[in-house]
Write a protein that binds this ligand. Structure first.
Ligand code: A2P
Length: 288
């Protein structure tokens, strides 16, 4: 998985590994050390955290302590973090610096605005849009100083993405959104492809709901792989980076084994045919 071929080229010229460890709900230094250790051993070179996950300090410490054990340098891994919704707008510059400090890193490979809304504002409040613009300016400034190697957005709809594309100095390198066979995000993917933004998936397992889908089970049985591997492979086979999150070392290993098998076109189409617009995570559609 650490093979450079298993990565995507961003509009910054840097490469981002196709598989990253999602770390939402991963807490406590002991568990984080075990999980990050298992991930590095399994070949993961991409780690995705966020200010709101409240684990930046422990993720940073785990990486600092474990990289030498695996014979790796900082430059061998790709770290993503995100600006929390309570820090949108005037608070953004201080929050950007805080993520760098908490992770204990000289630079972050990719830094995202976590969601279009601001905590404490009603979704229809136009201040949401003004705050997003101010946040983006802060990310651009950290990017220009080399502190954020790439910048992007998360949970943005077509409208939010078009807004930042129309007003930015530095275009987003990545859009990270919920993506799985029940939510194939056709319009957002087309916009990303057209504007050179890398489309990245979270919740590939539909927060676990897709693990018992009969059609996915059938595909898994047919190719002798686990349901989680089939769901993750369906995305990476389309060139879409995935961020499986697991607090369990053996599932971390399982989720990383995606490049030694291929789904047939028939199976790919069968999975894509499950689309029904179902979300298991936050719905950002109505945020002004
Ligand atoms: P756990 O941490 O106990 O492994 P999603 O990424 O769609 O939000 O799904 C994450 C959920 O799926 C987590 O609750 C995680 O639980 C579980 N999960 C992650 N990988 C696997 C796997 N390979 N098989 C079964 N469940 C998994």
């Amino acid at each position: 998985m650490s093979d450079p071929q298993h990565s995507v080229l961003l509009n910054t010229g840097s490469r981002m590994p196709l598989v990253g460890l999602g770390t939402y709900e991963l807490r406590g230094l002991e568990d984080i050390m075990l999980t990050v250790d298992a991930a590095l051993a399994a070949g993961y070179r991409h780690f995705d955290t966020a200010a709101v996950y409240s684990n930046e300090v422990e993720i940073g410490q785990a990486l600092r302590e474990l990289l030498p054990k695996h014979g790796l340098l900082r430059a061998d891994i790709f770290v993503t973090s995100k600006l929390g919704p309570r820090d949108q707008g005037p608070m953004a510059p201080a929050a950007c610096q805080q993520s760098l400090d908490q992770l204990g890193l000289e630079y972050i490979d990719l830094f995202l605005v976590h969601e279009p809304g601001t905590e404490g504002l009603r979704v229809e409040d136009p201040q949401n849009s003004a705050n997003r613009a101010q946040s983006w300016t802060a990310l651009e400034e950290f990017h220009s100083r080399g502190k954020f190697r790439a910048i992007g957005v998360s949970n943005y709809t077509v409208r939010h993405l078009e807004e930042v594309l129309a007003s930015c100095k530095v275009p987003p390198a990545v859009l990270q959104v919920e993506f799985h066979p029940r939510l194939v995000q056709t319009e957002l993917r087309a916009l990303c492809a057209q504007r050179g933004v890398c489309f990245e998936a979270f919740s590939s397992l539909g927060s676990g709901a897709l693990l018992s889908d009969p059609a996915v089970l059938e595909v898994a049985k047919g190719c002798g792989r686990t349901v989680a591997q089939v769901l993750l492979r369906w995305a990476v086979q389309q060139g879409i980076p995935v961020l499986p999150k697991s607090c369990n070392a053996s599932r971390v290993r399982e989720n990383g084994q995606l490049f030694d098998f291929e789904l047939s076109q028939e199976d790919m189409d069968k999975l894509t045919g499950l689309d029904c617009g179902q979300r298991y995570d936050l719905d950002p559609t109505s945020v002004a």
